[in-house]
Ligand binder design. Structure first.
Ligand code: ADP
Ligand code: MG
Length: 241
């Protein structure tokens, strides 16, 4: 069986007038099903650029990228939208929830594009919220939830389509350290349940929760190592099943 992600010689060059900036410079990386990978590096090292290419939000200047066994360069717009909508789940630093919309409806949103019935959307969104420990908060809007709870809603939204890969760019970047540990405990429980996780972080204590660490510098991978993940301890009392 092929790897979930296979990148060869991926570069991303930004041209600004006469100058060229190599945000990524010849990146080779293979990620297998079930891995939890932390992408690290200082600000400007290319982490978000790499994540955006992995998530098909950006296209490389050169190199080949095979995602879920398919050459991304050969996929149509519709195929890309389908993969992004159903087989990848995204989590962002700033949660990106709709502010006037309940937790349940925020989580149900990706299912609209899959043509699920209203009833199925409600049921699956409620189940995803239960998975992240928020069964009691389905009718709250984001402003009625703490930062950690909002990020758990966002994780439920990423999960609701049962994606193959969860991609999270600085998922704990807006959270205090205790809440960060809660969110990482939840993400670890998802990996235990078979999800593949790729997360970007610039914090070593967050990367310690992953089974593999890839370090970027100036758009190049300078380190790629496997490790025994530190187990994140949750204070939230949310049961992630
Ligand atoms: P990181 O997420 O590690 O902080 P990024 O991937 O965002 O780094 O950026 C890598 C490099 O590419 C940086 O030097 C950044 O300034 C540059 N860059 C990112 N996006 C753009 C863009 N849209 N146009 C020009 N340069 C960019
Ligand atoms: Mg970034």
């Amino acid at each position: 069986m092929s790897a979930l992600i296979e990148m060869r010689g991926i570069s991303r060059v930004y041209r600004m007038g006469d100058t060229e900036l190599r945000a990524l410079d010849g990146v080779d990386v293979t990620i297998e099903r079930g891995e939890s990978v932390a992408i690290m590096g200082t600000s400007g090292s290319g982490k978000s650029t790499l994540m955006n290419i992995m998530g098909c939000l950006d296209t490389p200047t050169s190199g080949t990228y095979s995602l879920l066994g398919q050459d991304v360069a050969k996929m149509t717009r519709t195929e890309l939208a389908q993969v992004r909508g159903a087989r990848l789940g995204f989590v962002f630093q700033s949660f990106n929830l709709l502010s006037r919309t309940t937790a349940l409806d925020n989580v149900a949103l990706p299912l609209i594009y899959q043509g699920a019935s209203a009833r199925e959307r409600r049921e699956r969104a409620a189940a995803a919220l239960a998975t992240v420990g928020l069964a009691e908060r389905t009718h709250h809007v984001p402003s009625e939830l703490s930062g950690g709870q909002q990020q758990r809603v966002a994780i439920a939204r990423a999960l609701v389509t049962k994606p193959e890969i969860i991609m999270a760019d600085e998922p704990t970047g807006a959270l205090d350290s205790k809440t960060s540990a809660d969110v990482m405990a939840l993400l670890q429980s998802l990996v235990d349940g078979g999800f593949t996780l790729i997360l970007v972080t610039h914090e070593a204590d967050i990367a310690a929760y992953a089974g593999r660490v890839i370090v970027l510098r100036d758009g190049k991978i300078i380190e790629d190592r496997r490790q025994t993940p530190v187990r994140a301890v949750s204070h939230a009392g949310g049961v992630a099943a």
